[in-house]
Ligand binder design. Structure first.
Ligand code: CO
Ligand code: CO
Ligand code: CO
Length: 347
């Protein structure tokens, strides 16, 4: 293990809070021609978590990459969180992650090489837990450090779970509580208890593997993971791709520790406002919606949980399975209806 290095001192926004704003991204993507190929089953057209390419009638590849600046002080934990987050997009599509490459930016003159090794070791251990073999990578000398994986997974071409699979009448299930952005902002200000920080880190390290296994068992067709664009941002991508309206009851959304009260003390990361700007025009806000709960809907999550759309009659069984699998905070937080007025209705 390396001598005490604090990665958080090197960054202003870490984790998925460091993503470019969704509005800017959509502007840029307009100019990018999409390749045409009948074997491309999923591309950025539906804003899905990963691309899917059909190899033959039984096999398609799921491809994704994510990387970001540190979300925590410890290099080994940062490696674990970054890897769990990168692999998550394969799980969100219903795939089995298989192989990965490291993507690393590391300031060799500013940090000891032990920190570099510890980040990679964290990534390697988390990948191993997921059954993923890391078979290569690439490093650039750069400040601040950034780390993630490019991941390849397998999936049956007819069993792909996408943003476009939500159906009117479905319930929406969330598998991890919200609040990593708020907790990390509060931690920087010295306002977060050790227990809450430990819980946020535990959740960020937690693979979405078990949640994905439950989705597959129940033949779920519509899902995403909740990361940088926040609960409402990712729900919007689902609503648009599925051409439905999504209603989220914010009071039902499980939260990490003291997240709600930290907002009163000003712990709202800049990413929340960028996310709000992105979702606002497509959202109907209940007139009595509490301000803190509203901002929680836009909190950028790092390595957040799965949000999936499930037939109402299966919900109890699904929740029982999720709870048994260790995802005790899994809950129904809203539902899907025919498109009406706006894509998102926040209550
Ligand atoms: Co994702
Ligand atoms: Co991602
Ligand atoms: Co290279």
């Amino acid at each position: 293990m390396s001598k005490k290095v604090d990665l958080l001192q090197m960054v202003e926004y870490g984790g998925c809070s460091a993503k470019i704003s969704p509005n800017q991204l959509e502007e840029i993507l307009k100019y990018l021609p999409l390749p045409k190929d009948p074997n491309i089953l999923v591309d950025i057209d539906t804003h899905d978590d990963a691309g899917v390419y059909k190899v033959n009638n039984d096999l398609a590849l799921v491809l994704t990459t994510d990387f970001f600046p540190p979300v925590c002080s410890d290099p080994y934990e940062f490696g674990q969180i970054a890897a769990a987050n990168s692999i998550s997009d394969v799980y969100a599509m219903g795939g089995d992650p298989v192989l990965a490459l490291n993507i690393m930016m590391f300031p060799a003159a500013k940090l000891p090489m032990e920190a570099y090794a510890d980040i990679l070791k964290g990534g390697f251990d988390k990948a191993t837990e997921a059954g993923v073999r890391i078979i290569g990578g690439h490093t650039i000398d750069d400040f601040p450090p950034k780390y993630g994986l490019a991941v390849v997974g397998y999936i049956h071409p007819e069993k792909v779970i996408t943003n476009a699979g939500a159906r009117p009448g479905d319930s929406l299930i969330l598998t991890k509580p919200i609040g990593t952005g708020i907790i990390l902002a509060g931690h920087r200000l010295g306002m977060v208890s050790d227990d809450d920080l430990t819980e946020a880190k535990r959740l960020m390290k937690l693979l979405n593997k078990t949640g994905a296994e439950v989705m597959k068992k129940f033949n779920i067709r519509g899902a995403t993971d909740i990361t940088g664009f926040g609960l409402a941002g990712h729900a919007l991508k689902m609503a648009k791709a599925s051409r439905v309206s999504i209603r989220i009851t914010m009071k039902e959304v499980p939260l990490i520790g003291n997240s709600y009260n930290l907002i009163d003390d000003g712990c709202i990361p800049g990413a929340s406002f960028r996310n709000l700007e992105y979702v606002e025009k497509d959202t109907d806000f209940a007139s009595d919606l509490d301000y803190n709960l509203k901002m929680i809907a836009f909190d950028a999550q790092t390595s957040g949980g799965l949000l999936f759309s499930a037939p109402d009659e299966k919900v109890n069984e699904i929740l029982e399975d999720l709870h048994t699998a260790g995802l005790q905070n899994s809950k129904v937080i809203g539902n899907v209806s025919e498109y009406k007025d706006k894509f998102i209705h926040l209550f």
